[in-house]
Design a protein around this ligand. Sequence first.
Ligand SMILES: *Cc1c(COP(=O)(O)O)cnc(C)c1O
Length: 355
Amino acid sequence: MHGPELSPSTIAVAAGRPARVPGGPLNAPITLASALVPGGGSEYGRQGNPTWDSFETVLGALEGGRALAFSSGVAASAALFDLVPIGAAVVAPRHAYYGTIAQLVERDRRGQVQLRLVDIDDTAQVIAACEGAALVWIESPTNPSLEIADIEVIARAATQAGAAVAVDNTFATPLRQKPLDLGADFVVHSASKLLAGHSDLILGAVVTNDDRAFRAIEKRRTVLGAIPGAMETWLAARGIRTLHVRLDRAEANAKELHRRLSASPRISHSRYPGFGTIIAFEVVAGPAAAQKMTEQSDIITYATSLGGVESTWERRRRHPGEPTSVPEGLIRLSVGIEDVEDLWLDIQNVLAAVA
Ligand SMILES: *Cc1c(COP(=O)(O)O)cnc(C)c1O
């Protein structure tokens, strides 16, 4: 049923449903079980759960590989980092998600990996760093700087250099970017964001079409126990059913808000990569005004997460872990699916109040 000819919208709605049997449910049930009857794929709840399968099937179908769900996005990336041979070099974007960088810096300090930080939008610099590396980690667009990597060119060079390539596809989602088709070996997601889409759970995933790597990552998950909850995977599978509709609406809002922010004399340097739902900008009046602005909005919620149906924003440097190369006053705005005129009015009101 899920041939390559189906559109992603149809896959998002149709994949990962139970077999059609008379009287059976259309959606995978929430299976709360620590033990399962032996003879199937899993007989203990740490090895597998039918509710995970539903989420993994639809995400895998969208990305063009096989998915494994994890308890969080950082647990998914940790499972991949665990597969890097001890002491090997890992290339990663300077401005990757700070939880990703924190893990790599810690592993570097312990001598587990050699971390090579690069500007991911400088393709020549990234390719030069691939020499002798075991893993090239790409995040594109980056969080929160919104730099774009040339995934296809980097993946080709990295593969030639013998390095595996992983792409954090949280911001783009498989509806805007399919890293496995561009030559990557792994896709990583924080499903807590756009995939689930309602700011109500924490969940991660790794997707690959390399069977050996799939088994190794699955084993890592079972051994370390960074497993998802049945409830979280059920909610995320439900969220994915509307991903294309939410993304289209939020993206249209984001494009319009970026256009208006770019034209505003009170805003400097509005960044938007041309797709997706995240905008980053600075306020001419400075970081203190930016902080106040985010705390005073009515409709846009002052919050750290992103990718939900509701718009949220925050000044990123309020987090001590954010790199100092991110401007002190930079606000990251995650655009939701509200009416764009209401959002713009909210922004204008707080801008007038603080700047
Ligand atoms: C949130 C996020 C993560 C981490 O995911 P969690 O689900 O919070 O563990 C990783 N990468 C990006 C780009 C993110 O935005």
